[in-house]
Design a protein around this ligand. Structure first.
Ligand code: IPE
Ligand code: IPE
Ligand code: MG
Length: 246
């Protein structure tokens, strides 16, 4: 049986609480459309919601929260939406970093930084450096992130380093990914009902539990998160083995 740890108001078995949650924050556009608002209004509401979920994750003693903010494929959207999203990211970093820092949250980034605007690159570096020693929660922001691109980039680096093929195993490979040092996600949540990964953590989530809800991301609140955690706690993770007895 797992040890218990204090989790907000209730005590939950330690092995039933995910260490690492990944969230595919989908449905901002549909949320806005439903209200007759422009898509960017949905993205703004979605960005605000991150604060609420970060706070809940801190209270629940989650170790790592990875949020999918912008995929390598999202560049294919209309330029005005892409520009709006990038401005929003700038704005969120400006407005939220210091409070995250005060609350002991460590900000990390995964994805290709080099193709982002230079000002944004600087801001991301500033936020990650400022908060790098914080221990309460790691918020790992996947921005200009694609699982396939991440894997290709790891392969290139391994080859550049001249690593002999027989030394390449899963542990070594994982150490070349941007998620190196983080536990694999235990639970991947997707909002807005789609049942696909859309190139999110395709290596790391090999044995993650999946949870999909029809709720659009801006409406995904603490109660929804608790429902996802309750569903997760009921899952039996087998990792290819037979069910454990007792
Ligand atoms: C998710 O919301 C946010 C990003 C992909 C940046 P969407 O913009 O994909 O919202 P829908 O899927 O169109 O409703
Ligand atoms: C996935 O959502 C990417 C993010 C949430 C940032 P998309 O809306 O881009 O995914 P698809 O196009 O429905 O697969
Ligand atoms: Mg979408």
């Amino acid at each position: 049986m797992g040890r218990a740890r204090k989790n907000g108001s209730s005590s939950v078995e330690l092995d039933k609480v995910p260490r690492h949650i990944g969230i595919i924050m989908d449905g901002n556009g549909r949320w806005a459309q439903k209200r007759g608002l422009p898509r960017l209004a949905g993205h703004r509401a979605g960005a605000e919601n991150i604060r609420r979920i970060v706070k809940a994750c801190v209270e629940l003693s989650i170790e790592v929260l990875t949020v999918f903010a912008f995929s390598t494929e999202n560049w294919e959207r209309p330029q005005s939406e892409v520009r709006g999203l990038m401005l929003l990211v700038n704005h969120v970093i400006d407005n939220e970093t210091e409070e995250l820092h005060r609350n002991g949250v460590c900000v990390r980034h995964i994805g290709d930084l080099s193709h982002l605007d230079e000002g944004l690159q600087r801001k991301i570096r500033w936020a990650t450096e400022l908060t790098s020693d914080n221990k309460r929660l790691i918020i790992n922001v996947a921005l200009n992130y694609g699982g396939r691109a991440e894997i290709v980039s790891a392969v290139r680096q391994i080859m550049r380093n001249g690593i002999p093929p027989e030394q390449v195993d899963e542990t070594l490979f994982g150490s070349y990914l941007q998620s190196a040092g983080l536990p694999d996600p235990d639970l991947v949540i997707r909002t807005a009902g789609e049942m696909r990964l859309s190139n999110f953590l395709i290596w790391q989530a090999a044995y993650a539990e999946y949870y999909s809800t029809s709720t659009y991301w801006p409406d995904f609140d603490e109660e929804e998160l608790r429902s996802a955690l309750a569903a997760y706690a009921k899952r039996q993770r087998r990792f290819g083995r037979l069910p454990s007895k007792g």
